[in-house]
Design a protein around this ligand. Structure first.
Ligand code: COA
Ligand code: AMP
Length: 635
């Protein structure tokens, strides 16, 4: 363990958080500086930078233009799926954002109103997010791979005044029309917005304004043509900037709230200290604006820093080949890139020797960062070998908004260890606990928890639901936030994260809920009960598998194949293709406890070829024997 800058910084962040974060807050421009750095008067609810007023969009755009960065590239749009490349200076991006903010304001969008954004990786998605921030409106971006039911659940909960969508997204195999999905979601939702704005893309134009709807449908281009630019609206540091829904174990997504002040301070701090990115540097995050990684490290952190961000609309492979990432890095002079391990596994599968790496000039690439799922040692070793730069695993969640455990490349680079994302980031008091809440000895696996208060930038609560926030995260261990991940810490203080201890799925770095996939299966008329488990997959880390018990009057022999195909289709239609559910098995029964809880973990262990831990409370252990031939991997 380093005894240098990292240790000093970490120690100070915990012993004197007010001094530590008060200093970090000076990197942000406030219209009114905060009066209280940490408001701990109402535990377990903690608020950062109470009394401070600012505008996040001002900090991301206006201040850089004012300070002479107007002609620097803020955003590069690189879209192999449409054959488009474009770049926008800070001044240009500010112009577009101010105009779209004016357009939203003309529709009555005000501070505190919610705006749902359902868009693919196009610059207008970033413009829409920043325009909301400019007005003090609260954006809620929904990932384009989600189908109508998931979108509807988010609209229902966020209750947006306006929805901003694109006509389509582009997947290598097909054009995905968004407007019919949005229409279906709005039909399902009891909440209706006042306006729907559609960005028309030439690959599939949408029918706009042709349906008889309670809300007004507008064309993005027509709307902005008449709009007057809007200025920045001051908000409280503690006012929400956005709500981003993430998957829990139930089908009801959790609305993670992000505030303005803590978020700006934490992300700005993270860019220099974790990613070693400063003003003027180019940063490339290959993710999607619909995920937290996209919110934080495609949009807000690079722009708050005055860096250049790359928005890549493409895949790691097939658009056109496994050299796409390296081309983007070379062409745009990228200093650091960030993606999910699954993307590197996909590249490795196509180009195991890294031949395509050598076709590009990567001399400016200093490091790569990976997160979103466990970085397996093989992929770590491969990437290190073919790229010849530090490959930095780091661990975090939608809830925290920025890394909990990392190797702080800008503060104090430390040795990297395969299988570990390194050490707790300043501000995060990470502990590994047993079931009774006692810390386990070093080297022993347990539940990973973080002592309260969490640092700035992390969730203050769930949208409109303080109770669920406390029940879901804070009630298991008093005084701690429960991460939902299990792992262990070694003698050097390096953490290894082994995976979720709950039933949350992680498919290709995408977080999905067993509950929503199960709800889609359970809605089929032939299904009596069902369970979904995540099983290990070489490419995607995990893929879901469905197990269904059919109703007594259904003839499985005659209709089983048709039902299985219908179930796979239902999940695509209800949750989205991104769920990647390909296999559904019909079984005679599901293992349960005497109180009726389905033993998913036991089934998961069987499917992964491990010895299952069978709880003593199992109702009927013989069910496991009937499942073994279905679940056990071949060989
Ligand atoms: N909109 C609509 N559909 C989408 C979508 C989107 N934004 N993203 C994915 N899908 C669809 C895909 O087209 C695919 O559909 P299909 O079943 O008809 O082929 C399905 O969802 C599964 O997609 P994906 O998970 O991308 O799997 P894949 O097999 O096509 O590709 C990888 C595998 C590894 C290349 C891909 O998962 C990948 O790029 N992963 C990186 C993940 C990432 O960036 N995660 C962010 C967290 S940091
Ligand atoms: P999300 O909220 O979508 O970012 O997903 C967060 C979850 O992804 C975490 O709770 C972990 O289970 C997993 N995860 C993210 N990063 C890592 C990592 N570096 N190592 C292991 N698991 C990770």
């Amino acid at each position: 363990m380093s005894t240098g800058a990292y240790a000093a910084s970490y120690e100070r962040s915990l012993s004197d958080p007010t001094a530590f974060w008060g200093e970090a807050a000076r990197a942000v421009e406030w219209s009114t500086p905060p009066t209280t750095v940490l408001d701990d008067s109402n535990p377990p609810f903690y608020r950062w930078f109470r009394g401070g007023r600012l505008n996040t969009c001002f900090n991301a755009l206006d201040r850089h233009v004012r300070d002479g960065r107007g002609e620097q590239t803020a955003l590069v749009y690189d879209s192999p799926v449409t054959g488009t490349k474009a770049s926008f200076t800070y001044a240009e991006l500010l112009g577009k954002v101010a105009t779209f903010a004016g357009a939203l304001a003309s529709l009555g969008v005000e501070k505190g109103d919610r705006v749902v954004i359902y868009m693919p990786m196009v610059p207008e998605a970033v413009v829409a997010m920043l325009a909301c921030a400019r007005l003090g409106a609260v954006h809620s971006v929904v990932f384009g791979g989600f189908a109508p039911a998931e979108l509807a659940a988010r609209i229902e909960d966020a209750r947006p005044v306006a929805v901003v969508a694109a006509s389509c997204g582009i997947e290598p195999s097909r054009v995905v029309e968004y407007k019919p999905m949005l229409d279906a979601a709005l039909d399902r939702s009891s909440h209706k917005p006042e306006s729907v704005i559609v960005l028309q893309r030439s690959q599939a134009r949408a029918a706009v304004g042709e349906r008889d709807t309670e809300w007004e449908e507008l064309d993005w281009d027509e709307l902005v043509a008449d709009a007057e630019p809007a200025g920045c609206v001051d908000v409280e540091a503690t006012d929400p900037l956005y709500v981003l829904y993430t998957s829990g174990t139930t089908g009801r997504p959790k609305g993670i709230v992000r505030d303005n002040g803590g978020h700006a301070v934490a992300l700005r701090w993270s860019m220099e200290n974790i990613y070693d990115i400063g003003p003027g540097d180019a940063f490339f995050t290959a993710s999607d604006v619909g995920w937290v990684v996209g919110h934080s490290y495609i949009v807000y952190a690079p722009l708050l820093t005055g860096a250049t961000t790359v928005l890549y609309e493409g895949k790691p492979v097939g658009t056109p080949d496994a050299g796409a990432f390296w081309r983007v890095c070379a062409e745009h002079g990228v200093k650091a890139m960030f993606t999910a391990p699954t993307a590197y596994r996909a590249v490795r599968r196509e180009d195991p020797e890294g031949a395509l790496v050598r076709e590009y000039d990567l001399s400016r690439l200093e490091s790569v960062f990976l997160a979103g799922e466990r970085l397996d040692p093989d992929t770590y070793a491969w990437a290190t070998r073919v790229l010849g730069v530090p490959v930095v695993d780091h661990w975090w969640q939608t809830e925290t908004g920025w890394p909990i455990v990392a190797n702080l490349r800008g503060l104090d680079p430390m040795p990297l260890k395969a299988g570990s994302p390194s050490v707790p980031v300043p501000g995060f008091d990470v502990r590994v606990l047993d079931e009774t809440g006692q810390e386990v000895p070093r080297g022993t696996e347990g539940a990973i928890a973080i002592r309260l208060p969490l640092p700035p930038g992390t969730l203050p609560t769930l949208w409109g639901d303080d109770e669920r926030y406390v029940a879901g995260y804070l009630s298991v261990y008093e005084g701690y936030y429960l991460t939902g991940d299990g792992g262990l810490m070694d003698d050097d203080g390096y953490l290894s994260v082994m995976g979720r201890t709950d039933d949350v799925l992680n498919v290709a770095g995408h977080r999905l809920s067993t509950g929503s996939i199960e709800a889609a299966l359970a809605g089929h008329p032939a299904v009596a009960e069902c369970a979904v488990i995540g099983v290990a997959d070489e490419l995607k880390g995990q893929v879901p598998r469905g197990l269904v018990v059919l109703k007594a009057d259904v003839d499985a022999a005659a209709d089983g194949e048709r039902i299985r195909a219908e179930l796979v289709q239902r999940v695509r239609d209800e949750v989205g293709a991104v769920a990647s559910l390909r296999q559904v098995d019909i079984v005679a029964g599901l293992p349960k406890t005497r109180s009726g809880k389905i033993l998913r973990k036991t089934m998961r262990e069987m499917a992964d070829g491990r010895t299952p831990v069978v709880p003593g409370t199992i109702e009927d252990a013989s069910v496991l024997d009937t499942l073994a031939p279905v679940l056990r991997p071949p060989g």
